[in-house]
Design a protein around this ligand. Structure first.
Ligand code: NAI
Ligand code: PHE
Length: 361
């Protein structure tokens, strides 16, 4: 753990072992250069501190790309296995205590393995620093549905780049992970006449997908060599690496999963194989900015949809153009853009007081 933290460029890691359940809790605050850190709480067996560190960095990039005054953070609760409801709720409340003690330096919301009901539980102890709860004055905000909007826009931009038309009709999409975001995205793709293949390691989730007319199933271990137009990772991170990239038989990769690249240099492998990669933090920012917009900035859901559509369309188009001009990968172009925005924020902060939640362009 020490060497992990030593080689990380973030600001703060909070670690707590929960003696009652044996779970580990990690809160990683990667950057507060743009504002208080914000990121979901992931609850998973086999999760680790390194997940929290890398996911928090992804959140920094996401908010910087969107010019939102939020920093990057993430919470990961690594559980020993399946838990009874009471034990799980107790654990979530103790996580909430930890979030509360940070006094607003870190805000959280749902992610893999957590729901709106779980946010209610965390909020019991964390107070106001929790979004995505079941009931709020602004109504229930489904960050997964908002995320799917941005990914849907990105898939059309990607089709425009590789086929010369944004239409997804008749194109094939392999969606890895039929969870909250994957299901919402498949719904949009089906309505638009796309050909869809789905893979999910959870047999129940896979059956649910297969019940949809026109959706085919792919075994999880066959995903990488299955031919498709666009591979759409919507499960966990690290799926694009030195072992999987050589096997891919697609024109592009664009999906919701956070931290799809095993390492930043894997984007160059995709580029060398002429596979167009839409960086995850550019296209999956819908939940982050839509959630913040609706819960804290008075946006309606319709306005959130417009803002997400506009941000993803404009940014991804610009990133692809910059990558082409530099003959580099879109990931490098997007990281440059995020870093520029962080530096702009540093210089304007040096010049005067910071607005905490400001949406600037
Ligand atoms: P989820 O937990 O609802 O769904 C994930 C699905 O992936 C599950 O059905 C699971 O069985 C499946 N899965 C896990 N490992 C798999 C594998 N190796 N192959 C195939 N399927 C596998 O999670 P959710 O919320 O849909 O998130 C999906 C991804 O999108 C995550 O990486 C998350 O961090 C990211 N994301 C989620 C946002 C949200 O608001 N929910 C926002 C932005 C990104
Ligand atoms: N977990 C989602 C993401 O990674 C949505 C989210 C964003 C939740 C910000 C809380 C805070 O973008």
């Amino acid at each position: 753990m020490e060497s992990l933290i030593q080689s990380w460029d973030g600001e703060l890691v909070v670690v707590r072992h929960d003696a009652v359940t044996g779970a580990w809790m990690f809160i990683a605050i990667h950057s507060t250069r743009l504002g208080p850190a914000d990121g979901g709480t992931r609850l998973l067996a086999y999760a680790s501190a390194i997940d929290a560190l890398r996911l928090a960095e992804g959140m920094t990039l996401k908010y910087a790309i969107a010019s939102f005054s939020r920093g990057g953070g993430k919470a990961v609760i690594a559980v020993p296995g399946v838990m009874e409801a009471d034990a799980r709720n107790g654990l979530l409340r103790r996580h909430g205590e930890l979030v509360g003690k940070l006094g607003g330096l870190f805000r959280t919301g749902p992610d893999v393995g957590t729901s709106a009901e779980d946010m209610d539980e965390i909020a019991r102890a964390a107070g106001p620093y929790v979004d995505g709860r079941t009931s709020r004055p602004s109504g229930r905000v489904d960050t997964a549905a908002l995320t799917a909007i941005g990914v849907w826009v990105a898939l059309q931009v990607v089709c425009g780049e590789i086929f010369g038309s944004p239409s997804v009709a008749g194109r094939s999409f392999l969606v890895q992970g039929f969870g909250k975001v994957g299901e919402a995205l498949v719904g949009r793709l089906r309505l638009a006449g796309a050909r869809i293949l789905v893979s999910d390691t959870d047999p129940q989730r896979l059956r649910r997908a297969m019940n949809l007319p026109g959706v085919g199933a792919i075994a999880a271990e066959r995903v990488y060599e299955t031919e498709c137009d666009v591979f759409v990772p919507c499960a966990l991170g690290g799926v694009l690496n030195g072992r999987t990239i050589p096997r891919l038989r697609c024109h592009a990769v664009a999906g919701a999963a956070n931290n799809q690249l095993g390492a930043a240099c894997d984007a160059d492998l995709l580029h060398a194989r002429n596979i167009l990669y839409a960086p995850d933090y550019v296209i999956n920012l819908g939940g982050a900015i839509g959630g913040t917009g609706v819960e804290h900035m008075g946006w309606s859901l319709a306005q959130a949809e417009r803002e997400i559509t506009d941000t993803v369309h404009r940014t991804l188009t610009g990133v692809f153009a910059a990558a082409l001009a530099a003959n580099g990968s879109p990931d490098r172009a997007a990281r440059r853009l995020a870093e520029e925005r962080l530096q702009q924020a540093d210089s304007s902060r040096a010049a005067g007081p910071r607005t905490m939640i400001h949406h600037g362009r």
